[in-house]
Design a protein. Structure first.
Length: 167
């Protein structure tokens, strides 16, 4: 578990080179949280807001749920990879300075389908942050094209780890 840094001491922590992700919770209105990822540290701003900081190349998943008086108005899931200042990164609201967007699911159906894929990977006892970035890109493209979603198997994961070890 990452250390929680109290807000008054946030300036003492080295922010250089880290990707900062804003998180929030307002009961029955907004829930912006991490589904997976291993932050270097957290900063608790107040009861509702906090910030997670990720080292370069770290993978994480942020979910955004919003509602109004009539029900849910937004479901969003993004799988991202933190970048260095030299990498090409996309500007994403609440992610500073930006990140490499691997998967973007918008709407209840796409988010639920992605969450079931995430649950299936966890059922294989695979750490989600070690999953192949190419799988998340493929999953996002299949979601956008309304095609059948690919399975992430133990064999695919072993091949990814072997390739990563060689490079």
């Amino acid at each position: 578990m990452a250390a929680v840094v109290p807000s008054p001491f946030a300036s003492l922590v080295d922010h250089e080179g880290l990707t900062r992700v804003s998180l929030a919770y307002v009961a029955h209105r907004l829930n912006l949280y991490l589904r997976f990822g291993e932050p270097a540290y957290y900063v608790q701003h107040d009861r509702w807001r906090r910030m997670a900081a990720f080292r370069p190349a770290a993978m994480f998943c942020r979910i955004r749920w919003e509602a109004n008086d009539y029900g849910t108005v937004r479901w969003q899931l993004m799988v991202m990879q933190a970048c260095t200042s030299l990498d090409a990164a996309q500007r994403i609201p609440g992610v500073r300075p930006g990140a490499r967007l691997l998967l973007h699911a918008d709407g209840e159906q796409q988010v639920r389908a992605t969450l079931s894929c995430i649950d299936a990977i966890e059922a294989l006892n695979i750490v989600l942050t070690d999953t192949s970035p190419a799988y998340w890109r493929t999953l996002g493209n299949r979601l956008a094209a309304h095609l059948p979603l690919p399975d992430y198997t133990a064999a695919r994961h072993a091949a990814w780890l072997a390739g990563r070890a060689l490079s």
